[in-house]
Design a protein around this ligand. Structure first.
Ligand code: SF4
Ligand code: SF4
Length: 454
């Protein structure tokens, strides 16, 4: 199925240009989930009562599909307890009381830091990859993969190969770095442009070197022309292009790949790597550059607070900070709160526990007042066809929604349910306010669960 030939989507309101990111002081206590990515849970390597230093490993795993987690403050481990992750799943976590010293751990036998693009371009990819793995880097964005998995050689067994039996053989030739955000008003990648400099150049060069990409394309928001990025791009012969982030969901990886390279990612289990492309968010490229130039794992990240708060803002915040504290710094919840959504309003997850911490994969939170929440109704479809006109991957959401609602999951699968990218366009345009994404997510999880049992 061609994707962009059928591209439709919806047009969202323009997000205001973000002010420069503001640092937020570390909290008294951080909650470090032992899984902050799509993949395996780490084992705790510290115990309650133990003193830890900033950047010290507190959770690790031998499994390939896991990323180590580190202390984001120095202090004392209070407990190993459960918390919620951004998708609402229970996950074990290390709770650390902050001693306020920010005393860094001394890394024994650490390799020298890298500060020049030319050196990175000559360093063996496996060495670079090892450093990123030790730093526990994860691709920014909900359900992000550990970065070493995302960048691993194409012949590695991927989900696509697992489900289809087709080996992935195409080498990577293109790296796309996204400074656009796919779910406005979360504008974390756009805000990161304010920090673009030599560390960003290092990060992009390392990603291209590891992936083996000769072509690098930096995707900027329409109308935004940061001089620092233009200089970097000219110096290293990287391309820049612009994208109107209002045209949703153009910035979703598979659609972006089609737009920029003309290649169609095989769905439903494929990913850009399968057609020779790696896509990484700008904040991830910046993290890579910082890890290489500072020799330390990231302990903070950029995080957008948007929606019905007094001062929407992008913060640089310690990972493990409860979301409630970041919302408070942006002016707090509205008098009558309605919904708190991690990720963006179209593709994010509504949350019920504001003690959920900011993690490596969470790039923002959107607060909605009771007045602005769009409540879904238990209404029948009126067959207006708007969802069909909006679906960017050419599905018939009205039909799929009904099949999932009545438990006819295999029939839905035969009608390409698993091709749904959960973009929310069908729910956005539905005049009957049917809970389309809920129905489709439920149907997809049922189909996948049944296939795993077979
Ligand atoms: S959520 Fe799925 S079915 Fe609905 S518009 Fe997006 S891709 Fe199409
Ligand atoms: S937009 Fe809503 S009411 Fe219209 S066809 Fe789709 S599901 Fe039915």
């Amino acid at each position: 199925m061609s994707i962009l030939s059928l591209f439709k989507g919806v047009r969202l309101p323009r997000s205001p240009e973000p002010p420069p990111p503001r640092p937020l002081s570390p909290p008294d206590k951080v909650i470090i989930p032992l899984r902050q990515h799509q993949g395996r849970v780490c084992e705790p390597v510290v115990e309650p009562g133990q003193e830890v230093l900033l950047g010290q490993v507190v959770g690790a795993s031998e499994e390939f599909e896991a990323a180590a987690v580190h202390a984001t403050v120095s202090g004392k481990v209070e407990a190993i307890a459960e918390t919620y992750d951004p998708a609402g799943q229970r996950v074990p976590a290390v709770v650390i009381a902050n001693d306020g010293r920010d005393a860094w751990v001394e890394a024994e036998g650490a390799p020298p830091t890298l500060s020049e693009v030319e050196v990175v371009q000559k360093t063996r990819p496996t060495r670079l990859l090892k450093r990123l793995r030790e730093a526990g880097l994860v691709r920014s964005g909900l359900l992000g993969l550990p970065l070493h998995v995302d960048l691993s050689p194409p012949m590695a067994p991927r989900a696509y190969m697992f489900m289809t039996g087709i080996p992935v053989v195409r080498p990577i030739d293109t790296l796309i770095v996204k400074a656009v955000d796919h779910d406005p008003p979360v504008v974390t990648n756009q805000a990161a442009l304010a920090e673009a400099g030599e560390e960003l150049a290092l990060g992009i060069a390392a990603l291209a070197r590891i992936a083996g990409a000769r072509r690098v394309v930096i995707v900027l928001p329409a109308g935004v022309e940061p001089p620092g990025v233009a200089q970097l791009a000219a110096r290293h012969e990287w391309e820049t292009t612009h994208l109107d982030g209002r045209h949703f969901p153009y910035a979703v990886d598979n659609l972006l790949v089609k737009k920029l390279t003309g290649r169609v990612v095989p769905t439903p289990y494929g990913e850009p790597r399968d057609v020779g492309v790696v896509v990484e968010p700008l904040v991830t490229a910046l993290d890579v550059g910082r890890v290489l130039s500072q020799g330390r794992p990231p302990v903070d990240r950029l995080f957008t607070v948007a929606g019905d708060v007094a001062q929407p803002q992008v913060f640089r915040v310690r990972m493990g900070t409860p979301i409630a504290r970041v919302i408070e710094a942006a002016g707090g919840l509205p008098v009558e709160p309605g919904k708190v959504i991690l990720g963006g309003p179209m593709m994010g997850y509504a949350h019920f526990d504001l003690d959920t911490p900011v993690t490596k994969e969470t790039d923002g939170v959107v607060v909605q007042s009771a007045e602005s929440v769009r409540t879904f109704q238990d209404q029948p479809c009126i067959h207006c066809g708007r969802c069909v006109a909006a679906c960017p991957v050419g599905l018939v959401p009205t039909e799929l929604g009904k099949l999932c609602e009545y438990g006819q999951f295999e029939d839905a699968a035969e009608r390409d349910l698993l091709h749904c990218i959960e973009c929310g366009c069908c729910a956005y345009v539905c005049p009957a306010q049917r809970p389309m994404v809920h129905l489709l997510r439920f149907g997809k999880s049922e189909v996948l669960a049944r296939r795993m049992e077979q």
